[in-house]
Design a protein around this ligand. Structure first.
Ligand SMILES: [Zn+2]
Length: 402
């Protein structure tokens, strides 16, 4: 996470996927409260502070959304309590960082204008719950090359409870360079990292919460439905939701109680290439670098073909997308990996080497997701099916869950 990265200039404390030596929150409940500088009341404050007050309000909304997301995908609870012995004090600061795990005291978590986004708020709360960066995992050298002396990039003693996922919200972007802040000594260093699977060049540094991120959380905190009287047979990679055992949590493109319903625009593939897509003509697209502050808006397309065939999809046009070094603000995911839970390579630029690459998969239906906000107005693709299972070699880089 690039933003959390800024922490390293100031603080040696942001370090540690699941970290067994750090403490989990008692009763799966994290206490938290807002520091004075994030609590300002609009009515009692002066007009000149209006701008920051609105921002403080928006920042609280990001944490509210992060807590809602986490508590609706796990057995974790979040309790506002400024008097609890162990409690996370969320401060407005100059950068974004957090301690790891529960401590026997009030512990700081800092959040700042330059890193304020829903995905970063959730990332920092994950640290406070006891999770490290993905680049700190003991198995990280199998997936990324790290050339860095930064403490944030050191391998930690992690419990790798889920496969390494290049789309994790806990993984920093590739080739990061940390710039010095305005009022500290010139601390100019670069600590770079890049994916061994180069197709994930634009995927690292995601602000989306990956499906495996929540499985990691649930495994570590032992959130499950083992004691629930009803066992649900969740389909398509889904699993019984620890927050509500009467439903399944589903991978992209699926819904309903058992994840057996298609959610999105369903297209029937034929053996000829067909084209389709999304066009919002009255939108101009993202023209400036504006951070996605809220949870992403998703548009999903689902391709179906006769059983046992291979579906092929390629992107033919992206217009209005914000394209830079990685697809954190918006992008398209062609979910061709056999494991529907894992993030497939993300595309947001029509000049990278993934552009117009045809993705084949025996996943049927085949799902693609566009994420970002509704200012990414045009996205087109072509699709067809090839009879038979012709892509066995395409999925050999599948990561096997451990
Ligand atoms: Zn971090």
């Amino acid at each position: 996470m690039i933003f959390c990265k800024l922490v390293t200039v100031f603080s040696p404390r942001d370090k540690r996927q699941a970290l067994p030596e750090y403490r989990k929150w008692t009763n799966n409940t994290m206490n938290y409260f807002y520091a004075e500088n994030l609590r300002m009341d609009l009515k009692s404050s002066k007009l000149k502070k209006l701008k920051s007050l609105i921002s403080a309000f928006e920042m609280r909304a990001m944490f509210r959304d992060a807590f809602n997301y986490l508590s609706s995908h796990s057995c974790l609870k979040f309790n506002y309590d400024e008097h609890a012995k162990s409690s996370v004090k969320i401060n407005l600061g100059n950068d974004c960082w957090s301690f790891y795990g529960m401590r026997d005291e009030q512990q700081d978590l800092f959040f700042a204008y330059n890193c304020a986004a829903f995905g970063v708020a959730l990332h920092e709360v994950m640290h406070a719950l006891g999770f490290a960066h993905s680049q700190a995992r003991t198995d990280r050298d199998e997936y990324i090359v790290v050339d860095s002396n930064n403490h944030n990039d050191r391998i930690e003693n992690t419990a790798n409870l889920v496969p390494f996922d290049y789309g994790s919200v806990m993984l920093y972007a590739r080739e990061l360079v940390v710039f010095q802040m305005e009022y500290v000594l010139i601390v100019s260093f670069s600590d770079t990292k890049w994916p061994i699977d180069q197709e994930y060049n634009y995927t690292m540094g995601s602000l989306r919460v990956a499906f495996y991120d929540m499985i990691l959380l649930n495994e570590f905190y032992e959130c499950n439905c083992d004691n629930h009287p009803t066992k649900l047979e969740c389909k398509n990679g889904g699993y019984q939701n620890p927050a509500n055992c009467n439903e399944c949590l589903c991978t992209d493109g699926f819904g309903g109680q058992l994840c057996d319903k298609l959610v999105g625009t369903v297209l029937e593939a034929s053996t000829e290439w067909n084209s389709s897509g999304l066009r919002i003509w009255n939108k101009k697209g993202i023209e400036i670098n504006t951070m996605p502050v809220h949870h992403f808006f998703h548009v999903t397309f689902i391709f179906q073909a006769p059983e046992g065939s291979t579906i092929e999809v390629r992107i033919t046009k992206l217009y209005g997308f914000y394209c830079h070094d990685f697809c954190d603000y918006n992008g398209v995911e062609l979910k061709y990996k056999t494991d529907r839970r894992i993030v497939s390579p993300l595309v947001c630029c029509d000049n990278d080497n993934l552009w117009n690459t045809t993705r084949s998969s025996t996943n049927n239906p085949f799902v693609i997701v566009k994420y970002g906000d509704n200012r990414t107005p045009i996205f087109e693709f072509e699709y067809r099916y090839v009879p038979g299972n012709s892509t066995v070699s395409e999925v050999t880089n599948e990561i096997t869950p451990n």
